[in-house]
Design a protein around this ligand. Structure first.
Ligand code: URA
Length: 239
């Protein structure tokens, strides 16, 4: 079960577990950006130099991540997609929204959250006094699962390293995970979104708040109040 701020178990064991987690995240990050060992290549040396300085620097740009993704055929979603939906917005955003995966409209346009759920997300962004161009928006998987089914574990496994690299490139102050799928993937938990939402978690040193997915809100408008409460928490936490 992920820990919310202020609910850590005190003591050495908890610090040890946290240190192990930090090491694991760092190794995952290095693997994600293509590092295959602690060799002395210039890229590795640059990265290790930046460790512990408090400003890890931008290891890579969104453009270079997108270019490495290329005409991705790493999973079977490539067979049915029209467009890869990499993400859109400000590469220096303080706030990053992460959804599940492209739907029908996103697949046609190659842009995230441009359908009905996207219009509601735009309103949510405006309600917190921001514009879409100021934030960054992307998804856990970059290609539309046929019929909007949930992405399968092998599809997530192929795509998540790119999401993690996007997060490290942007290093926002806050990640807003939209819906169960994004929240559970990023937090590596199976806890239901009803218990994850509204809480602030730590994702590799970045604050993460989970809330309901806009598509869920379209089906359950009575939950808009809960999302507004979550957005007030988000604004408070972002300062
Ligand atoms: N739903 C998502 O999770 N992402 C999109 O980009 C669109 C709808």
């Amino acid at each position: 079960m992920p820990e919310a701020y202020g609910q850590e178990t005190p003591g050495t064991a908890a610090r040890f577990i946290r240190t192990c987690d930090d090491i694991r995240h760092s190794l995952e990050y290095l693997a994600g950006i293509g590092c295959r060992g602690f060799d002395c290549c210039p890229g590795t040396v640059r990265l290790m130099d930046a460790w512990g300085t408090g400003s890890p620097g931008r290891a890579e740009t969104l453009e270079s991540i997108r270019s490495e993704l290329g005409n991705c055929r790493r999973c079977k979603l490539a067979e049915t997609r029209n467009h890869i939906v990499f993400g859109a917005g400000n590469p220096d955003a303080g706030l990053l929204f992460v959804g599940e995966g492209p739907g029908y409209d996103e697949d046609l346009q190659g842009l995230p959250f441009v359908g009905a759920a996207g219009q509601l997300l735009t309103k949510i962004i405006q309600a917190i006094q921001l514009r879409r161009e100021q934030v960054y928006i992307c998804n856990v998987v970059k290609c539309r699962p046929p019929g909007n089914r949930n992405p399968l574990p092998d599809e997530i496994g192929a795509c998540v390293p790119f999401l993690k690299r996007q997060i490290q490139s942007i290093r926002p102050a806050m990640i807003c995970a939209l819906g169960a799928f994004a929240a559970q993937t990023l937090l590596e938990t199976t806890e239901p979104i009803s218990s994850l939402r509204g809480r602030i978690f730590d994702y590799m040193g970045i604050k993460l708040l989970a809330t309901y997915h806009p598509a869920y809100l379209l089906r359950n408008p009575d939950q808009k109040k809960a999302v507004w409460e979550d957005m007030k928490t988000l604004m408070r936490e972002m300062g």
